[in-house]
Design a protein around this ligand. Structure first.
Ligand SMILES: [Zn+2]
Length: 530
């Protein structure tokens, strides 16, 4: 049977050690059927084959973003984008513009709010009530771990004081005994967010489709999605049925500390659900919060005296729940940012015998003895070098200021953990950071963001090379379930990208604007530049 698509006259980097390069590739029914010279691949074609001649193209396996919140990002990303907004004056300007746009009484929404924009002030709704104008406002911090509400949103949600949550979430109370409008961690954010009018199902789906297409256009062919439950699986199923799921999704079901016996049993019942492009046999736990607000779980308190508590108030119950799902055959990951949280997760995995099945997300500043355990205990390290965009080498940012000089030396040690022999998976955590993997390529190699003035690297960890970065987004991402994907070889899934140059060796200065000519998922062209 002839191929249905062939790409010839290109430079292919397969990441398959048995045949590292090729100049042409052909696919049929979503699978690679030929790989080699242009002449060899043409033999797998006939007049019905769509043949693209791509002189100057550099083809790699498709990139997988190892940590994303696809559906949440599609929804949150509808309001004001505060990415790179650094002053309160500019925040107020954007709020005024948005209020004019949505009109009085409507919700003003925003996301990617950088803690540094507060200029060192504690958040209080009086700082922005005027600018947010006549109606409610809820803004999400860049890491989606903090919400900022105005006075009207607090009133609508009926929040007049502190509240009890099943996990470590809380409502910040000021010296006057009243809520300041700052909501720490998701359960607290939800207490206001749940009062926003819900978008229609059609709107929500079309936003997800937009987000998938935009990601295809920068070379992403798959994501590891890190939140959601049954409703997420229903959305993935519906998208696939309509031919709109233009990427592969490894869905991690969210396990909440508040989940009761019925909820846990319901999660187990979904383990084997899957589509052609999505799976549901992975789980996400969260053992701590973030360093910037003092909710990460640290071995020693931060410079404000915070960081002493986990998000699971009963850590023994966390361990029992890990064991239960491990025994049920799930792949497990846990958000662990603080050094104590990382150590506790490693201990919990060691107790069940991880066997290369489990992983940890973020791992922001563990000491070397903890870093080493990823390799020796075969726990995958899922890291996001692009998050160095909020750290300053002079340590003037909220993250560094909280941790102090000794712990900052170990900031974001992706290169060191790699060098110790662990499997490092790379991603963005979108909408926390932009999903564009080219930003990640720059940050992984330069240990800073591309759009900062200070050229010095962050922390003392070694950098990743361009080739390592490509592996982190491809073969390493495939390895989390023991798979050998992420390579281009005959018989492998046809997920690939054609770049304007070799992304594994191009200078980081040129990677940001590297053209993305073509993206193919499951043999289907999901992006082609004009
Ligand atoms: Zn995340």
């Amino acid at each position: 049977m002839p191929a249905d698509l062939a790409i010839v006259d290109v430079a292919i980097r397969t990441l398959d050690p048995a045949m590292p390069t090729a100049e042409a590739i052909a696919v049929k029914d979503g699978v690679i059927v030929a790989l080699g010279t242009t002449a060899e691949v043409r033999e797998a074609c006939d007049a019905s084959t769509r043949v693209l001649s791509g002189r100057g193209w550099h083809v790699t396996p498709g990139l997988v973003d190892g940590h994303q919140h696809l559906l949440m990002g599609a929804q949150i990303g509808r309001g004001i984008n505060f990415d790179r907004v650094a002053t309160l004056d500019r925040v107020r300007e954007l709020l005024r513009e948005e209020r004019r746009r949505v009109g009085p009484g409507a919700w003003v929404r925003g996301y990617a709010f950088e803690y540094a924009a507060l200029g060192g002030l504690e958040y209080h709704h009086s700082l922005i009530d005027d600018a947010a104008g006549d109606g409610p406002m809820l803004i999400h911090s860049l890491d989606v771990h903090t919400g900022f509400a105005n006075a009207e949103a607090l009133r609508i949600a009926g929040i007049t004081g502190s509240r009890e949550f099943a996990d470590g979430a809380f409502i910040v109370i000021g010296d006057d005994g009243l809520p300041t409008g700052e909501l720490r961690e998701m359960a607290a954010i939800q207490s206001v967010w749940s009062h926003e009018p819900a978008p229609s199902a059609e709107d929500r789906m079309s936003w997800v489709v937009d987000a998938i297409r935009a990601q295809n256009a920068v070379g992403i062919t798959g994501v590891h999605n890190m939140d959601g439950g049954r409703e997420t699986l229903e959305a993935l199923e519906a998208l696939e049925a309509q031919g709109l799921l233009g990427m592969r999704v490894r869905q991690h079901n969210w396990v909440d500390p508040a989940d009761d016996e019925d909820a846990l049993a319901d999660i187990v019942s979904r383990r084997d659900l899957h589509g052609r492009r999505w799976t549901a046999n992975s789980l996400k736990f969260m053992l701590d919060g973030v360093i910037d607000t003092g909710t990460a779980w640290l071995e020693e308190p931060d410079t404000h005296g915070a960081g002493t508590d986990p998000m699971w108030p009963d850590v023994e119950r966390y361990r029992r729940t890990i064991k239960r799902f491990h025994d049920a055959g799930f792949y497990i990951t846990t958000h662990a940012i603080g050094d104590r949280a990382v150590r506790e997760v490693l201990d919990a995995y060691a107790a069940v015998g991880s066997n290369g099945r489990h992983r940890i997300e973020h791992i922001e500043a563990p000491p070397p003895e903890t870093q080493r355990r990823f390799a020796t205990e075969r726990v995958h390290a899922s890291m996001q070098p692009v998050h160095m965009r909020w750290l300053n080498p002079d340590m003037s940012d909220p993250w560094s200021e909280r941790l102090g000089i000794h712990r900052c030396r170990h900031a974001m040690p992706s290169g060191d953990i790699w060098a110790m022999g662990a499997n490092v998976v790379l991603g963005s955590d979108w909408p926390v950071a932009p999903y564009d993997p080219r930003f990640g390529f720059f940050a992984a190699q330069m240990r800073r963001a591309h759009d900062v003035d200070d050229p010095r690297p962050v922390g003392e960890s070694r950098a990743l090379t361009g080739l390592q970065t490509l592996e982190g987004y491809t073969v390493n991402a495939a390895r989390v379930d023991g798979g050998e994907g992420g390579v281009l070889r005959v018989g492998a899934p046809a997920d690939l990208v054609a770049w304007g140059d070799d992304i594994a060796s191009v200078s980081p200065d040129d990677v940001i604007d590297l053209p993305v000519h073509l993206t193919v998922v499951d043999g289907e062209i999901v992006h082609q530049s004009a």
